[in-house]
Every structure is written in structure tokens, then in C-alpha cells.
Design a protein around this ligand. Structure first.
Ligand code: SF4
Length: 366
């Protein structure tokens, strides 16, 4: 129930109007947190989000795929992850995939309309000069040369030199998720820091790589944590934002958690669209939790989805996803393609940082 001591909740349509008029950051942290906490009508929120999605992306959707280039055995302790060697999840560690197998995955991804294949390694990172880095560089180069898709990667921590080497081999985009807001992150990961992740993202941006940075919802985080993540992504000005919904894995600390309700998922997608009107927001793991409401993810503001096999969790079939897009009249578009800009107003970095800091001190409505 709404707290009567709070200011009236700004209307999502009014915020969308301001964004479309050039005020990209019209959604402030307090209002974002209230939307995420359940205040306001979901359909109104979705209508405003859909308006922004259509203004920027029209009838196009971004499809991307991933391949597990190094499965299992990761030394880190991310509490949601089936590939940590600290948890008994039944995922057996495997060797790095050979470039030929990675190119096969890229060809399969390209056939179904994916514009990019993300090479994912279950590693803390890749050391400069290591054999592991050389293998991934070879895989990236092979994908680039084969020409089926772009080569993206999610490798954990990599130095600036390694990123430069990967870029030279053909890498166009780096994925490095923040998972949640800063405060909640430390409750689910203890083996590395939020700031270390942010540094890797900044290093990639400094080299001119596009960045793909998102999070996971349904881990027990509060609305403030979700708002904090959205504002952090806005401050970083990342390019793509994957939204994942927890698929609990037996053996991990987060096993047994109930999935979020579909309407709660739609609310998160819509609130993120209003917070991040420029970014390609796409749904990845756990989108099947939307059940019958799955097609509404686009009306809620999603502009893309990950298609094909996930790393360790289930996904819908490619045929089902392609049929859905056809029925909705949506077309696949390459990532990084030119899109209409929404906002001309440059955003002062100091204001963005202040918003991130303030997200934790906001009134929350139950
Ligand atoms: S660093 Fe990546 S692969 Fe390793 S435990 Fe964390 S999420 Fe899993």
C-alpha cells in the first residue's frame, strides 16, 4: 500500500515525455525505487516503457547467443552460479573449446538470426600471456574471420593489454555483469569486488569496445538494490543490458528460491527501460519464468533476447522464439546498428554518481 507521506508518484507517461524531449535521465532514483517497489499501475508503466522502446528500436529486436567456451571449475563463489567449483552442482569442468567448435557455434547462431556469439569462460579471469588467453584470442579471431556473427566475450577479469589483444583479434563487445546493486553484491559474492568489475568495464570502454552489463533478479535483493543497479548502469553508460532472472541451481547457496512472479518481472523490465532508455535491454536466463506472459516482455520495454542454448540452465527452443517474433512482427537487427537517439542532453557524470549513492537512502513502499 502506498505511503501517504510520500510525494505523489510521477506518472510514467510524463517521464517518457521528458525523455523523448531530450532529458535522458528524467527518471530519478526515488521514483525508480518506488516503481520497483510495486507503486503505480503496471500497465501504465509498461505503456510508457513500450513507447520508449518503439521510439528507439521500432520493430527491431536484437538477438544474441552464447557458447560455453570453458565450462565449470571456476574458483569464484558467486552464489547463483552452477559453474563455481565451490558448489556441488553436477557441472563437470571441461577444457577450453577449440576454435573450430566455437566457429560451429557461431554458424548455428548466425543461422537463427543472432548477430553476435558471446564466448563465455567460467574463470575468474584470463592472465596476460596465459595459454587460456591465447585460446580465447584464437577463438575470437576464428569467429571474426568466419563472418557468421560478431565475436563478444565474457571472461571475468582481463587486463587492458589483454582486452587490446582481443580487440585486435576481432572482439567488438565485452560482457561483464554487475549482477545487482553494490550493497547486495557483497552478499552473494565474496571472492572479488564490485569495484574490480567496474574497472574492467571502464577498461573495455576506454579501448572503444562496446559493453554489455546487466544483472540477475530474484536472488532476495530489495527494490533499492535493483534501482542501484539500474543507476550504476546509467552512470557507466553501457551499451547492452542483459536482464537475467534467477534459475535456482541445486547445490548453490541460492537453491530453493522461488522464481519471481511474471508481473514482478515485467515491472523490473519496464522500470529499467525508463531508467535506461538508450540501452539495448535484452532478456537472458530465466525469461521462461514469464510463462504465458512471455510475449509481453517487449511491451514492457525489452529490445532483445538471448536465443539458443544457455550455459547451464534451460531456454525455450529456437523455433518457439523465432515463431514468437514472426507472430509479433518483430525483426532481428544487428547489435550496434545505428538507432535514433532519444536524448541530446549531455549528462553530468557527477549527477549520475550522486544518484547511485542516493538510491540506498530512499523511502520504500512495501
Ligand atoms: S565468476 Fe562467473 S563463472 Fe565464476 S562463479 Fe562467478 S558467475 Fe560463475
Amino acid at each position: 500500500m502506498a505511503d501517504s507521506t510520500l510525494a505523489p508518484l510521477p506518472s510514467p507517461q510524463a517521464i517518457a515525455e521528458r525523455i523523448l524531449a531530450g532529458e535522458r535521465d528524467a527518471l530519478d532514483g526515488a521514483t525508480l525505487t518506488r516503481y520497483l517497489a510495486g507503486e503505480g499501475d503496471l500497465w501504465e508503466l509498461m505503456a510508457a516503457a513500450d513507447r520508449l522502446r518503439r521510439a528507439r528500436f521500432g520493430d527491431s529486436v536484437h538477438l544474441c547467443s552464447i557458447v560455453n567456451a570453458k565450462r565449470g571449475g571456476c574458483p569464484e563463489d558467486c552464489g547463483f552460479c552452477a559453474q563455481s567449483r565451490r558448489y556441488n552442482t553436477g557441472v563437470e569442468p571441461e577444457r577450453f573449446l577449440e576454435p573450430a567448435a566455437i566457429v560451429d557455434a557461431s554458424a548455428r547462431a548466425g543461422e537463427v538470426g543472432s548477430s553476435a556469439l558471446g564466448l563465455v569462460t567460467a574463470t575468474r579471469g584470463l592472465e596476460d600471456g596465459s595459454r587460456a588467453l591465447a585460446q580465447i584470442v584464437a577463438g575470437v579471431r576464428a569467429v571474426r574471420d568466419a563472418g557468421h556473427t560478431e565475436a563478444h566475450a565474457s571472461l571475468g577479469f582481463v587486463s587492458r593489454d589483454a582486452l587490446a589483444e582481443l580487440k585486435e583479434a576481432g572482439l567488438t563487445e565485452l560482457n561483464h555483469n554487475l549482477e545487482s546493486g553494490r550493497a547486495f553484491f557483497s552478499k552473494i559474492v565474496s571472492t572479488h569486488t564490485y569495484d574490480a568489475r567496474i574497472q574492467t568495464i571502464r577498461d573495455a570502454q576506454a579501448l572503444g569496445l562496446r559493453t554489455c552489463v546487466g544483472g540477475i533478479f530474484g536472488m532476495g535483493e530489495a527494490p533499492e538494490d535493483r534501482a542501484e543497479l539500474a543507476l550504476e548502469l546509467r552512470a557507466l553508460d553501457v551499451d547492452e543490458v542483459p536482464l537475467n532472472f534467477l534459475v535456482d541451481v541445486e547445490g548453490t547457496p541460492l537453491a530453493g528460491r522461488e522464481p519471481l512472479e511474471p508481473r514482478a518481472m515485467l515491472r523490473i523490465i519496464a522500470a529499467f527501460r525508463l531508467a535506461l532508455p538508450r540501452q539495448n535491454i535484452f532478456l537472458a536466463a530465466g525469461r521462461h519464468h514469464l510463462g504465458q506472459l512471455l510475449p509481453l516482455m517487449f511491451s514492457a520495454g525489452a529490445s532483445g533476447m538471448m536465443i539458443g542454448d544457455f550455459l547451464t540452465t534451460p531456454n525455450r527452443t529456437v523455433d518457439d522464439d523465432l515463431e514468437l517474433l514472426e507472430m509479433l512482427g518483430l525483426q532481428a537487427q544487428v547489435c550496434g546498428a545505428p538507432r535514433p537517439e532519444l536524448a541530446a542532453e549531455p549528462r553530468p557524470a557527477a549527477r549520475a554518481r550522486a544518484e547511485v549513492a542516493s538510491a540506498r537512502h530512499l523511502p520504500v513502499v512495501a
